[in-house]
Ligand binder design. Structure first.
Ligand code: ATP
Ligand code: MG
Length: 234
């Protein structure tokens, strides 16, 4: 079963006179429950592909399917709805709301989803404990380390129980220990809850966890290999 299917995706960016290739006829299938890394040099198209897969950006041409839903032709409202209920995003910059506590940051998305107050509290406590932040629920982002803030961002991404998590350079701001902890967390979420992960990264420590490693260059997929995952050496 496929979590994502991309068919012949093309995306160009225009900067004045210059035409920049983001994606050049990229076709790819991501299986449900898989753990995939997108690697490649800066500017190779990793973020562009991830954003297309998550419906954060629309391609110029091609098709994107997430489950049974075709994303690239969805109306804005339906697309936002699809993202909200089916996809968890984890970004390099944690994108937490600075004036909200860890718990409130996690509850915020559920509030938008219309989850009732009691259920929001129960679920936010549950996911914050799952990412190892029990006892820190009331802290503001500024009162947490980078690794802990990233964990809040992961808790927020999984609070809505998405089947798919897309992460863009999730370890870029983390020290080795926090990065290893985050990847162990992703691995257990993948293995225990069957959540599909696609992670864009140039971090070789992260690539070690992937069971499929896709390399990009100049908006093209240049290699696509299955590999044995092995945990990070700290
Ligand atoms: N909004 C934009 N406007 C103009 N060019 C863009 C835009 N977004 C991306 N690009 C260009 O598209 C190409 C692919 O960018 P992308 O961000 O996908 O690369 P990346 O592989 O994620 O790089 P990095 O590893 O640095 O994050 C690059 O040449 C980039 O400069
Ligand atoms: Mg990028």
């Amino acid at each position: 079963m496929s979590a994502i299917i991309c068919k012949e995706l093309c995306k160009t960016f225009h900067q004045g006179e210059q035409v920049i290739t983001g994606l050049d006829h990229v076709s790819i299938e991501i299986k449900k429950g898989s753990f995939t890394c997108l690697s490649g040099p800066s500017g190779s198209g990793k973020t562009t592909l991830l954003n297309a897969m998550g419906g954060l950006d629309t391609p110029d041409s091609g098709e994107i399917w997430v489950g049974d839903t075709r994303l690239d032709t969805l109306a804005r409202g339906a697309l936002a709805d699809m993202r909200l209920h089916n996809i968890g995003f984890v970004f390099q910059a944690y994108n937490l709301i600075p004036v909200l506590s860890a718990r409130e940051n996690v509850e915020f998305v559920m509030q938008v989803q219309g989850v009732a107050k009691g259920e929001r509290r129960r679920r936010s406590d549950e996911v914050l404990a799952e990412v190892g932040l029990q006892g820190m629920e009331d802290r503001l982002p500024s009162q947490l380390s980078g690794g802990q803030q990233q964990r809040v961002a992961v808790a927020r991404a999984i609070a809505s129980k998405p089947k798919l998590v897309l992460a863009d350079e999730p370890t870029a701001n983390l020290d080795s220990k926090s990065a290893a902890e985050l990847m162990a967390l992703f691995e257990s979420l993948n293995e225990q809850h069957g959540i599909t992960f696609v992670i864009a990264t140039h971090d070789v420590r992260v690539m070690g966890y992937a069971r499929r490693l896709i390399s990009m260059r100049d908006g093209l997929i240049i290699s696509d290999e299955a590999q044995q995952s092995h945990s990070m050496v700290v």
